[in-house]
Design a protein around this ligand. Structure first.
Ligand code: ADP
Length: 495
C-alpha cells in the first residue's frame, strides 16, 4: 500500500469523506486532511503534503487561488481539481496555472489512477531537478577550475586553424581580447613562424610543445601547449582540436639563466684546473733552486757558522722538502682532474700487485700484513685505480696504532656495482671527520705527527667521480678504519 498524505480543500464533509474513501479504495494508505479556508490551507502546506485535491469553488476560497499560493511558495505538490459541474474555461485556467488534472465529483473512480500518475510525474520532476542541480554544480566546478587556473583551455577548428574557444585568462596573459583570438589567422599573426605548426599538427596521441607568442604589449611569452588526442565527433570526424596553454616564460628564463650559470661555472672550473696545474708545475722549478742552494749552504757551511745558523738551514731544508712533496701531490691531483681517464677492462689483481710492489719498502718497515679477496676485472682506468689503492694502503700503513698494520682488501658485487673495502687496524677516525677527510688539504694531524699533504683522499674521491662511483669511510676511533668504494659495472665515465 502506498502511503499518502492528501490535503483536501473541501467545504462539504460528505464530499471530503467520499474522496478519502475513494483514495483508500484505490490502494493508498491515505492520511487525509480537510481544509476550507486560506489560513488552514497555508498552515497545512508547511507539512508538504504528497497531493492536493481541491474543490473548484469554496465559499471565499477557490482552487485557482490555492494554486497561485502554492506556486508563490515554490512548492511542487501535484494539484488536482475536483469539480461538481464542468466549466471548461475555468478548468483550462487551472491547468494553465499548473494543476495536473481535474476530475468530476460524480466520476471519482478515476481518482486513484489520476493520483498515481500525478505522483509519478512529480517524482520524475524531482529527479530531473536534482540531476539538473548536480549538472550545473559540476559545470560551475569545471568552469571555475578551467577558467581561473594558469592553464588556459582552448579549442580549435582543425581545418581552418581558427580558435573556437579560449579561456578568459588568455586576455590577461597576452593582452588581446578573447574575440580577437577567434579571428581567422590570429595564431599565425602572433606566433613565431617556426612555432606556428605546433597546434595545427593532428597528432595520433597527446603531445606537448613550446611556442613563442608576441603579446599585445610587444613582449614575447613562452607558451607550453598541451594538445589532446583528436576527439571524433558523432560522425567520426576529428575536426576539433583541444588543449591547454601555460605561460612558462618565468620557468624558461630561470632555465636559461641556470644554463648560462652552469656554462660559466664549467668554464671557470676549467680555468681553475688549468691554473692549479700550471701553478704546481711552474712552482717546481724555483723550488728546485731553493732546495739546491739550501742543500749547498748546508754542505758548505754546517759547523762553520753558529749553531742557530745550522738550525735555520735545517728548517729551510725541511720546508723545501715538504713543499716539493706537496707540489708533487698537487700536480698528480691536477692531472687527474684535468685529464681524461682511459677507461677499459682493468684487472684489479694486477693493479693491486703493482701497488704493493710500489709500497714494498713501507710495508717491510712497518711489518704490515696485507691480505685480499680475489679481485675482479672492472671497467676503469688502470693508473687511476692504482693511485686509489696506493693512497688507501699507504694511509693504512701510515696511520697504524701500536700494533703492526693488518690490512685486508675485500670485494663483493651486486647486479650493478663492484664494491671494495680497504680495512685496517689503525688509529681510526672520529665520526664527525668522516666526510671532511675527503676534502683537499683537510688533515686531522700535524705534519710532525704524521707526514702528508691532505691530498690523497681528495684524489681518491675525484678518481671515483671519474668512474661514476663513490667512496666513503667508516671508522671506530682507536680500533681501525674501513674505506669503501663502489665502481659501476656499466661503463659510465664522468669528468
Ligand atoms: P694525508 O694522508 O696526506 O694526510 P689524506 O687525504 O690521504 O691526506 O688523508 C686525510 C686525513 O684523513 C689524514 O690526514 C688522516 O687524518 C685521515 N686518514 C686517512 N686515512 C686514514 C686511516 N687509514 N686511518 C686513520 N686516519 C686516516
Amino acid at each position: 500500500m502506498t502511503s499518502l498524505s492528501a490535503l483536501i480543500l473541501e467545504d462539504s464533509k460528505p464530499d471530503f469523506e467520499l474522496v478519502a474513501k475513494q483514495l483508500r479504495y484505490a490502494g493508498f494508505d491515505a492520511r487525509c486532511t480537510q481544509v476550507q479556508t486560506q489560513e488552514e490551507y497555508l498552515a497545512r502546506l508547511d507539512g508538504t503534503p504528497d497531493v492536493i485535491l481541491a474543490d473548484y469553488a469554496l465559499p471565499g476560497f477557490d482552487a485557482l487561488h490555492a494554486l497561485e499560493l502554492l506556486q508563490e511558495r515554490g512548492q511542487d505538490v501535484p494539484f488536482l481539481v475536483l469539480t461538481g459541474v464542468v466549466d471548461e474555461e475555468a478548468l483550462v485556467e487551472c491547468i494553465r496555472h499548473g494543476a495536473v488534472d481535474y476530475l468530476l465529483k460524480d466520476r471519482l473512480a478515476r481518482l486513484g489512477s489520476a493520483v498515481h500518475r500525478a505522483l509519478q510525474e512529480a517524482e520524475a520532476r524531482r529527479k530531473r531537478r536534482a540531476a539538473e542541480t548536480e549538472l550545473s554544480k559540476s559545470n560551475r566546478r569545471f568552469q571555475y577550475l578551467v577558467e581561473t587556473t594558469g592553464a588556459i583551455p582552448w579549442e580549435m577548428d582543425a581545418n581552418t586553424g581558427r580558435f573556437t574557444y579560449v579561456g578568459p585568462q588568455a586576455e590577461k596573459l597576452l593582452g588581446y581580447p578573447v574575440d580577437e583570438w577567434y579571428r581567422e589567422g590570429f595564431w599565425d599573426a602572433h606566433v613565431r613562424p617556426e612555432d606556428r605548426g605546433a597546434l595545427k599538427a593532428q597528432p595520433s596521441e597527446n603531445f606537448e610543445r613550446t611556442c613563442r607568442i608576441r603579446t599585445a604589449g610587444g613582449s614575447t611569452v613562452y607558451l607550453h601547449c598541451a594538445l589532446s588526442k583528436p576527439c571524433p565527433d558523432g560522425a567520426g570526424n576529428c575536426n576539433t582540436l583541444y588543449g591547454f596553454m601555460m605561460d612558462i616564460s618565468e620557468l624558461k628564463s630561470m632555465q636559461d639563466s641556470l644554463a648560462s650559470q652552469a656554462a660559466a661555472l664549467a668554464s671557470s672550473n676549467e680555468e681553475l684546473k688549468q691554473f692549479a696545474y700550471a701553478a704546481s708545475h711552474d712552482l717546481q722549478e724555483p723550488l728546485r733552486m731553493v732546495a739546491f742552494y739550501t742543500q749547498l749552504l748546508s754542505k758548505r757551511y754546517r759547523g762553520k757558522l753558529d749553531s742557530d745558523a745550522d738550525e735555520f738551514i735545517g728548517y729551510a731544508l725541511e720546508g723545501a722538502t715538504r713543499m716539493r712533496d706537496l707540489l708533487k701531490n698537487l700536480l698528480v691531483y691536477s692531472r687527474v682532474s684535468t685529464g681524461k681517464p682511459s677507461m677499459g677492462l682493468t684487472n684489479c689483481e694486477e693493479v693491486f700487485g703493482e701497488c704493493l710492489s710500489n709500497l714494498r719498502l713501507a710495508l717491510n718497515e712497518s711489518g704490515a700484513s696485507v691480505t685480499h679477496d680475489p679481485l675482479p676485472i672492472v671497467n676503469g682506468d688502470f693508473s687511476q685505480l692504482g693511485q686509489l689503492f696506493q693512497n688507501l694502503i699507504s694511509n693504512a700503513i701510515k696511520f697504524h696504532g701500536v700494533k703492526a698494520p693488518v690490512i685486508h682488501v675485500s670485494s663483493s658485487e651486486s647486479d650493478s656495482d663492484w664494491h671494495f673495502c680497504v680495512r685496517d687496524n689503525g688509529i681510526g677516525i672520529e665520526e664527525e671527520y668522516l666526510e671532511q677527510i675527503f676534502v683537499i688539504f683537510q688533515r686531522l694531524h700535524r705534519s710532525d705527527q704524521y707526514s702528508g699533504s691532505g691530498i690523497g683522499l681528495a684524489l681518491c674521491k675525484r678518481i671515483m667521480e671519474h668512474h661514476g662511483g663513490r667512496i666513503w669511510a667508516k671508522s671506530t676511533l682507536g680500533a681501525g678504519s674501513e674505506f669503501h668504494f663502489v665502481i659501476p659495472k656499466e661503463r659510465q665515465c664522468q669528468f
